[in-house]
Design a protein around this ligand. Sequence first.
Ligand SMILES: *Cc1c(COP(=O)(O)O)cnc(C)c1O
Length: 388
Amino acid sequence: MSTIDKFNKNIMHTYGRYPLVMESGKDRRCKDENGKSYIDFGSGIGTNSLGYCNDKWVDAVCNQAKQLQHSSNYYYTRVQADFADLLCNTTGYSKVFFGNSGAEANECAIKIARKYSFDKYGKNRHNIITLVNSFHGRTICTLSATGQDVFHNYFFPFVDGFINVEANNIDDLKDKLDGSVCAVMIEYIQGEGGVNALNQDFVDAIFSLCQQKDVLVIADEVQTGVGRTGKFLAGEHFGKKANIVTLAKGLAGGVPIGACLADEKCADVLCAGTHGSTFGGNPLACAGGTAVLETVTADGFLQNVTEKSEFIRSELLKIDEVQSLSGIGLMIGISLKTKKAADVVKAALDEGLLLLTAKEKIRLLPPLTIDKQEIQEGVAILRKLLEV
Ligand SMILES: *Cc1c(COP(=O)(O)O)cnc(C)c1O
């Protein structure tokens, strides 16, 4: 039986998959089971931040696997201690909780926000403002937080206590940020929602209103974090430090991880018995994450991400069919004049290029380690597809 037949027989049909069986990869290229090679402009979904099987990352994960693959959180491990130390030092946050995915990181953030408020103000100050068109995950609670009606089907009842505000609408924010609210949760650049960055005035309004009212700001940086935008956190582009930041996707270079970082105001809200995760802080994930952090924070790396992003953006804008570009750094949305993004992404597979979509746009999340030559090769394929 073929791989695809086995999937169809045994795996729930929750994804619309492309007919490609991935077999191996090295750096920015991967191969399917027929030996066909692809340039990767998607990195999984921004997860393979150092590309496929990066040497330093492979050594870190393999050496850890040979030494200790898991320990319950009843004990301490040095690799989790060192990774947390590096992550807190890099980001300036006080403490971290480790889970295994973006949704879990956001669940933790939501729990911290509600308990922070409960501890200080008691009941009935539990609402969390999220933005229209946001995406925060697939668990029932993070789906409830997600501000897109298409996700609010079938699974009723959803979790109460989420209020949606229109992105970049300060009046709507002011109207809804009342005494029932304990947190505002944002993506600085909405990823799944179509690679749309918030504007500075709106971000300024969120932070100043929240500060006045002792409402926490949660930044969901699951997609934008860990160097994706040319800064370690996308919040730096806006000059802002949220009370809570969530990370996942690219954080451990392709092993499952989620991290919820909290500042001094709310770092000690969760105490023994209030939260946990069997796999959270897993040694393999922490070893992979350490390799990613050491690479991304090395001298000049993020500057290089910015330069590459300027290069790929200028190349893309030379294509006549490209209407406009969105996003920051190597998180890029491409609006097309006449063609459908989904059709282009499908056609690109035949030409050996992996792309993503986000709503009606083509979305690029190339490995942060991509080089100029590979950018040129990938863009040439895209140009060929867009100019026919
Ligand atoms: C992908 C994503 C999530 C969910 O992450 P999972 O690891 O799939 O649970 C949450 N928030 C944002 C902004 C994301 O891009």
